[in-house]
Design a binder for this molecule. Structure first.
Ligand code: HEM
Length: 214
């Protein structure tokens, strides 16, 4: 992919990722957030945090489908950082508008409401990932260490999905689409490893055959 196309795609990704935030700001300014503005902000930011996290997880399996999709890797960090951006606004909404900066509300919630506990676990797992997303951090941790740490993203997404299910009313199935997508991505990992091993074994056998034929 040439540089110009990549820049255009990056601009589109920025616009798409910022669209929900821009919409929230517009609705807040025009007073059109609906009957429960706090809930509207929390639901929009929570949903987009999880959506962008899952999209960032989809990058690796999708790009392995074809060598021509290798450029997708350039979008993984951007999506992950936008997920963190929305999760941080989501948390700030909870602290400021639900808990009113009241430490006792926070203490009760973190010990008694299981969906809040799951949300905090998801956020706590995202913090080290966002903090080590710079090129400097990657070189400090080394490729292997960085990759090992960034496996946490799967646990963050699982905690986010659990938080989502525990938050909706019984019988409501809105978290299903993201759950199925995450499940498919988790399943894709071992399948990818297996296929890569098989491909490596086959090319080794081919090179052995070629050598013995000489
Ligand atoms: C930092 C700790 C967190 C707290 C205190 C928290 C709190 C909340 C609250 C209070 C709601 C319900 C809003 C309402 O019904 O009015 C909610 C919904 C939600 N949160 Fe969180 N959350 C946290 C972290 C996260 C994280 C890290 C994610 C994503 C990775 C996330 C994803 C969601 C989703 C998907 C919803 C439901 C959105 C919908 O129904 O459309 N939350 N959260």
């Amino acid at each position: 992919m040439n540089r110009q196309t990549l820049i255009t795609l990056k601009i589109f990704t920025w616009i798409a990722c910022l669209a929900p935030f821009t919409m929230l700001v517009y609705q807040a300014v025009t007073n059109t957030l609906g009957p429960d503005p706090t809930s509207e902000i929390a639901l929009t930011t929570g949903y987009n945090a999880l959506l962008m996290l899952i999209l960032s997880l989809a990058v690796t399996p999708v790009r392995l489908l074809s060598p021509r999709l290798g450029w997708l890797i350039k979008f993984r960090r951007l999506l992950g950082l936008f997920a963190f951006f929305y999760a941080t606004i989501h948390l700030a909404t909870y602290v400021a508008l639900y808990a009113n900066f009241n430490l006792s509300v926070f203490e009760t919630d973190i010990t008694k409401r299981r969906f809040i506990i799951a949300g905090f676990i998801a956020y706590a797992l995202l913090v080290p990932l966002a903090a080590t997303s710079t090129t400097w951090a990657i070189s400090r941790l080394g490729g292997k260490g960085w990759n090992r740490l960034h496996k946490l993203v799967y646990f963050a997404a699982i905690a986010g999905i659990i938080h989502y299910w525990w938050q909706v009313k019984p019988g409501v199935l809105t978290p299903m689409n993201l759950t199925i997508t995450l499940f498919a991505l988790l399943l894709a990992r071992p399948v990818m490893v297996l296929l890569q091993k098989r491909r490596a074994r086959r090319s080794l056998a081919v090179s052995h055959l070629a050598r013995s034929a000489e």
